[in-house]
Design a protein around this ligand. Structure first.
Ligand code: ADP
Length: 280
């Protein structure tokens, strides 16, 4: 029997000089790829900004025309109905464009969040007053609960926080019946401050609870013709909260209601220390 000859082939070891050269080449390629990505991202943002501007201005013209026609004294009931529905559609498209643009901006920029020292109690009280002036909430008891002992001043981005709260309160209003309470609460858990918005509405099935924050989530519910929301409300909430390293989640029971929780930005340890000293 012929004897088998076994040969081993091994990659020749690269010399230090060759390794250094390879590393330099890879670094150069990475730097180029990075530059290209930054340029593409910038182009994408500019493209969205221009697109959004063009769409918004065209829509404003259409919406203006529709509203003007609606003031015509001799409108037939059919035309009045048609114009009402056109008005709702344009409002929906305006909202959709704004929300899409906002999400694109959040995706492409890291400098959106601007944290400021804010008196939390005064900020939330002012927010609740502004809500109570909104006619949608005229038949809803609105409550605010801030426990004693939480930091007086916190760091947050007031504009973005208002946007988050607006979306959560709009949902609470939409998905709960007239006369039921909508509550805003501050909680402190494991050194982190939470804002919680609760309603006593229809609730959310456990299988939907995680998915409702996804951009691609489509509610199976029929939209009412007056519903101007884009369906991106919770994606925007998630995107804002995550942009400062926070998290958002919901707890819910079908038929009983829902609570949405979000963490505020991590507060400076310096403040914590001074608070502890002043509490002693
Ligand atoms: P939209 O309300 O326009 O559909 P959102 O992103 O704000 O879009 O919400 C996604 C889905 O989450 C809603 O369609 C609804 O099914 C569910 N949802 C959100 N908030 C609530 C709530 N407070 N109570 C019940 N369901 C809710």
């Amino acid at each position: 029997m012929a004897e088998k000859q076994k040969k081993t082939y091994q990659k020749p070891e690269a010399t230090k000089e060759e390794l250094r050269k390879m590393l330099l080449e890879t670094n150069e390629k990475l730097a180029l790829a990075n530059e290209r990505l930054i340029r593409q991202e910038k182009e994408r943002t500019e493209f969205f900004a221009n697109l959004s501007h063009d769409l918004r201005s065209s829509l404003s013209v259409i919406a203006g025309g529709v509203e003007l026609l609606r003031t015509e004294p001799d409108l037939s009931p059919e035309n009045a109905e048609l114009l009402k529905s056109l008005s709702a559609r344009t409002a929906f498209m305006k909202r959709l464009i704004e929300d899409l643009f906002f999400l694109a901006k959040m995706d492409s920029r890291t400098d959106i969040v601007s944290l400021q020292e804010i008196d939390l109690r005064a900020f939330l009280e002012e927010y609740m007053i502004s809500l109570s002036a909104d006619s949608r909430f005229s038949d809803r008891p609105l409550t605010l609960d801030i426990p004693e002992g939480i930091p007086e001043t916190v760091q947050l981005d007031p504009e973005l926080t208002i946007r988050v709260l607006d979306n959560l309160f709009s949902n609470a209003w939409k998905y709960s019946p007239a006369g039921t309470e909508i509550a805003l609460q501050v909680q402190e858990k494991e050194g982190r401050l939470l804002l919680c918005v609760s309603d006593s509405g229809e609730g959310i099935a456990p299988s939907e609870l995680l998915r409702i924050f996804e951009r691609t989530y489509r509610s199976r519910r029929e939209r009412s013709p007056e519903d101007e929301s884009s369906g991106l409300g919770l994606s925007i909430v998630k995107s804002i909260v995550e942009s400062y390293g926070g998290s958002v989640w919901a707890e819910s029971e079908v038929g009983k209601g829902s609570t949405f929780y979000l963490t505020l930005p991590e507060q400076d340890r310096k403040d914590e220390a001074s608070r502890e000293t002043s509490e002693k």
